[in-house]
Design a protein around this ligand. Structure first.
Ligand code: MN
Length: 518
């Protein structure tokens, strides 16, 4: 292999490539104790260039450098180092905290690929998006990570279940070995779907699989929960996360394994033969396989697919969706007796609006203690908080918002009286109703900034989890600009029917059934 590299490099330490000169440092250094030098790493990346470059094109990468090989220390490098040659393409990505943008490296050509390999950047970790569209991942990824007592074959079982689940949703999926311990499954999108949508979808899928196969899969990060199970890491779909590229080397073993695509048949065969070794590929084997089979991951770059509007409808079948409660609404159902309360039944609608503006409601609720319930429609249910003091209007004003169980979408227009002996007994007024849009963050990250366009509330608010104050506690903060205080008459009138709390209590007639059908 050293000879192949030499053919690129007439001068001992200068690699000339496509008009660029890369000065190699320590090419003979052994980076994998099983025997693989830096020169061999560079050689591998140049030979795999025609396959890997299309997958890296225009995707910012995080460097993961192993200057002393895989047994030494490594460090992550997001910002292009100061000595980056001017011919290396970079792209400035704004920071979450609003600080100076980070200039990320784009590995768009062979010289850049060789240059990063020369930095002992053994693993290549691109983002799921391409610049400049940094909010639109081109695929959803599920990182299947075996817990203690599980292995890559256990991951294969989970991958095949996921593949079948996606097939029922008319989505094709593709799988690769991570080159570490597990597998990664990709669902190509190549659409304008944003991380907000894909991350939430991935979370729902992981939770669904855990619910159906509790002995096999887990959707939570906690290590102790993973024992002999497979962690479906859906959080890789965060816009701030990178995942190892297809055809990247890994630095997790003493041998240089490649993150390599496999066919579903190969995965099934490895499982049938109980042979995990079939799922590990060293560079020579990987290159040979590529020459023979081509790029099995090519469709991940081109296949356009749409996410279903919800898992409920398509996945579970219509009859089940209408007769059974979706898991998200189980708690809502358990707390109520629908023969007694006029509140809506827990049903997830089969179709719902996706993306853009979605409905929200604030309900004034004279239960044992007066409070305001704040609800945002998300994933076919209403994510809900009880805000004891009501929505803050002064700039930077913070109020406690206690997360409560998801409510059905029909609850948006629920106004009426819940019987005294029932959960939440008391009068409910639709205090404000309208649409919202997520400006930043998302619910599952525990922080989201939204803009409300209600009849009373207009402008920006931020919801943020405050775990130090208890698992369910959030803060709702007025951000953006202050709002003028509400007039007293406005405060006690329904945004839906103009009625006061007293009138609603007296009329004792729930409104949602006649007007809720959207
Ligand atoms: Mn309430």
């Amino acid at each position: 292999m050293a000879r192949r590299l030499a053919s690129h490099a007439p001068a001992a330490k200068d690699l000339r490539l496509d008009g660029r000169v890369i000065t190699l440092s320590n090419p003979d250094k052994v980076l994998y104790p099983g025997g693989f030098t830096k020169a061999q790493v560079i050689d591998y990346y140049l030979r795999v260039a025609k396959f890997i470059l299309p997958h890296l094109k225009d995707r910012p990468v995080t460097l993961k450098r192993y200057p002393n090989g895989v047994t030494g220390e490594f460090f992550y490098e997001k910002r292009a180092p100061s000595f980056t040659p001017e011919w290396v393409k970079t792209f400035p990505v704004p920071r979450r905290d609003g600080g100076a943008p980070i200039s990320y490296i784009l590995i768009n050509d062979r010289p850049t690929l060789a240059w990063t390999a020369n930095l002992a950047n053994l693993e290549i970790h691109p983002f799921l998006h391409r610049v400049p569209k940094i909010h639109a991942p081109t695929a959803i990824v599920f990182d299947l990570d075996p817990g203690v007592g599980a292995d890559v074959l256990r991951c294969a079982e989970v991958a095949l279940l996921l593949k079948d689940l996606f097939a029922r949703l008319d989505l094709q999926s593709f799988v690769k070995v991570s080159g570490s311990k597990g597998l990664q499954l990709y669902v190509p999108l190549n659409s304008s779907a944003t991380y907000e949508v894909t991350e939430a979808f991935a979370h729902t899928v992981a939770q669904f699989l855990e619910e159906e196969h509790p002995k096999l899969a887990v959707s939570e990060m906690a290590k102790q929960k993973r024992a002999s199970r497979v962690f479906i890491d859906w959080s890789q779909n965060s816009e701030h996360k990178t995942t190892v590229s297809v055809y990247s080397l890994r630095a997790k073993h003493e041998r240089p394994y490649v993150s390599m695509p496999v066919t579903w048949d190969e995965l099934t065969a490895a499982l049938a033969k109980k042979d995990p070794q079939r799922l590990f590929f060293e560079p020579e084997a990987a290159l040979k396989r590529l020459m023979k089979k081509g790029d099995l991951f090519a469709p991940v770059l081109t296949l356009k697919q749409q996410l279903p509007s919800s898992l409920g409808g398509s996945n579970r079948g219509t009859s089940r969706a209408t007769t059974q409660t979706a898991p998200a609404l189980q708690e809502y159902r358990n707390k109520r007796d629908f023969l007694k309360t006029p509140e809506p039944q827990p049903i997830v609608p089969k179709e719902r609006a996706e993306g853009g503006r979605r409905p929200f409601v604030v309900q004034k609720h004279a239960a044992s203690r007066l409070h305001y319930d704040f609800r945002l429609e998300m994933q076919g249910v209403l994510k809900s908080w009880a805000v004891p003091k009501g929505i803050p209007l002064d700039l930077s004003e913070k109020r406690l918002a206690v997360a409560t169980e998801d409510h059905p979408v029909d609850y948006l227009k629920f106004e009426g009286t819940i019987p005294k002996d029932q959960y939440g007994g008391g009068t409910v007024m639709v205090w404000d109703i309208g649409t919202y849009q997520v400006l930043d963050g998302n619910y599952y990250k525990g922080k989201l900034t939204i803009s409300l366009e209600g009849k009373k509330l207009k402008g920006e608010w931020t919801l943020v989890k405050a775990p130090s104050q208890g698992e369910k506690n959030w803060l709702i903060i007025k951000t953006g600009a202050a709002m003028p205080p509400a007039r007293k008459s406005q405060d006690d009138s329904s945004a839906l029917t103009n009625r006061s709390m007293e009138q609603i209590a007296k009329e004792n007639k729930a409104t949602w059934q006649s007007i809720a059908r959207r």
